[in-house]
Write a protein that binds this ligand. Sequence first.
Ligand SMILES: *Cc1c(COP(=O)(O)O)cnc(C)c1O
Length: 467
Amino acid sequence: MFQPKTTIEPFRVKVVEPLPVRTRVQRAKALADANLNLFSVPAKEVTIDLMTDSGTSAMSQEQWAAIFRGDESYAGASSYFRFRDVVRQLTGMHHVIPVHQGRAAERILFSVVGGEGKTIPANTHFDTTRANVEASGAVAVDLVIEEGRSPSAEHPFKGNLDVVALKKLLEQHAASVPMVVVTITNNSGGGQPVSLENMRQVREACDLFDIPLFLDCARFAENSWFIRERESGQEKRSPKDIAEEMFRLADGAWMSAKKDAFGNIGGFLALKDDALAEQCRNILILTEGFPTYGGLAGRDLEALAVGLEEVLAEDYLEYRIRSTHYVWCKLDEAGVPLLRPAGGHAVYLDAREFLPHVPPSQLPGQTISAALFLEGGVRACEIGTVMFGSTQDDGTQSPGPMDLVRLAIPRRVYTQSHMDYVIEVVRYVFDHRKKLGGLLIQNEPPALRHFTCGFEPIGWDPFAALD
Ligand SMILES: *Cc1c(COP(=O)(O)O)cnc(C)c1O
């Protein structure tokens, strides 16, 4: 029987959106105007936008069709019930609270269970999660396994939570721990999956101390696919079956539906506990909206209900993980230092290895991101010292745990030739890396500084030609 080697995109194109094509001179101006911060560059200057896979998916014809069924009634819209039933079936959780995006769920949840004196352990808190935990006055503790902290370590489930460390923390501080969080996949740790076995062990540890387990499940479908591919005994199960089991290990979950629900906006908080759900709904009404829309339009809820089911299709997930792996392999073959192994939604460059002559305190990931944009119009995202480090009293930078540059791949948006172009741009910058230098932070805001700060070169010209 014919066994194809090529994994094709399991869709064809029906509507097209022109790509911005710009010159290096135009990009240099945009980058200078943005003070070298890619978040301040207008999208019309970006040719291939890999800043994030969040809210950037292409919706399917079924999602667009569902949009026409959107019921915009203020209370009790049919769109809410369709959405609720899909989330209930997936998670097994009774209370389904729609929110406008993941961080709204985080703010609501942590303003109820967080606060001064509380500790929230996770494999790794995503940046908005950490910010919301800390804004409540609580402490966010990252307990990812040892391998998950080293970009070059090989492990099939680098997102796993260190259960020994968790038990130790719970033995000492259980009374101040309102929940344990498992992020699937582990976004800040490189889109690395968490095994079913690990989730079961975390569940057992939580049971010993009677503490609820929550999933931050933005990429639950990609995590399910990795479990099927990498965990023994799971290879014959459907991604849906695996996803349903993951959720049934937890007491609650929140999702940024801008990821694995193919939504351009949206999210939810799903809970088992009646009292907690009531407290969360009270805050929801105050700031997001009535509990049957939570800040979303009825049409958004419809699109998400369809997306949450589509994302578990095997042909889609196979294409998704393989196409990310394709980019990873081509860059690896070219000797570009990468976080290993390939993650689900993104390929991460290891900036410390990529620019060994630029110390972490001089923001090597930001330098690489600026160069990828200037040379090729590719927009990536620094996930390193700019995002997770901090400025010390003497003005120097205390580095983040790793310095990565994330090339996040929007779902169903770019084709293989777009990715071949990206590979060329990264290789070009890598081949000329000796010309690149370090950066300083300017205009630092009090929180989530990476979104709005500016950068200044330390004794080099970031706009000079590389060859
Ligand atoms: C994106 C994301 C969030 C935050 O969701 P938003 O929709 O961007 O507010 C939280 N956790 C994880 C793991 C994410 O990937």
